[in-house]
Design a protein around this ligand. Structure first.
Ligand code: TZP
Ligand code: MG
Length: 212
């Protein structure tokens, strides 16, 4: 049996918010501040650059025992031996990704509705990223925010781990956990922070206070 994954403080990268710093540098700081899981999300770089970046992150994250999840690209996950993949509703289907990836790979699915979350659970997803919990300028092509009530509703319907994403930061992260999420996924709250280590540490403390 694989060790259960700690999704509690889940970092999703975004080059556009990194302010001249490298993703590797931000990830290193964030993990030393308490990030438990990292998703490399690259929307605009070449495949080769994506793989180089993923490989560098993996080499460092492996030493820390922190899983690396690749957004969208099953080929990139395979090339670097990542811990898993995160797929949206129009990306590769879970079934197909399972066929391609090694046994034990994590598959996370984005869901904006309870219907999509139930389908992801039924199809064998390992966790679900429910979004957007709150409105966010980081991603605007989203459904209306779920709010905390939406997180509670999802929790009642879904048994696999739920990670809330969208507009989550220091002021509202603990509430998302109290509403039933197993973790909070953040982009700007850490990637755009002047001090990503301090930002991660503060978020960690806020959600731990919550008893999780
Ligand atoms: N998926 C749903 S909302 C979102 C993604 C990638 C962006 C979340 O960004 P932030 O800055 O944490 O609100
Ligand atoms: Mg996607």
């Amino acid at each position: 049996m694989n060790r259960p994954v700690d999704y509690s403080l889940y970092l999703v990268t975004d080059r556009g918010l990194a302010k001249e710093r490298s993703i590797l540098e931000i990830v290193k700081k964030a993990v030393s501040g308490g990030v438990t899981c990292v998703q490399l999300r690259e929307k605009a770089c070449s495949t080769r650059e994506f793989i180089d970046q993923a490989r560098a992150l993996k080499a460092w994250l492996d030493q820390k025992g922190v899983p690396l999840i690749i957004n969208d690209r099953v080929d990139v996950a395979l090339a670097v031996g990542a811990s898993g993949i995160h797929l949206g509703q129009s990306d590769m289907h879970i079934r197909d990704a399972r066929c391609l990836l090694p046994e034990g790979s994590l598959i996370g699915i984005s869901a904006e509705s309870q219907e999509d979350a139930l389908a992801a659970e039924r199809d064998g997803g390992d966790y679900i990223g429910i979004s957007p919990v709150f409105a966010t300028p980081t991603k605007t092509d989203t459904a209306p925010p779920l709010g905390l009530e939406g997180v509670r509703r999802m929790r009642k319907a879904i048994r696999i781990p739920l990670v809330g994403i969208g507009g989550i930061g220091l002021s509202n992260g603990a509430g998302v956990m109290t509403a039933g999420a197993d973790g909070i996924a953040v982009v700007s709250a850490i990637v755009a922070a002047d001090d990503p280590k301090k930002a991660a540490r503060a978020l960690k403390k806020a959600i731990e206070k919550n008893g999780t």
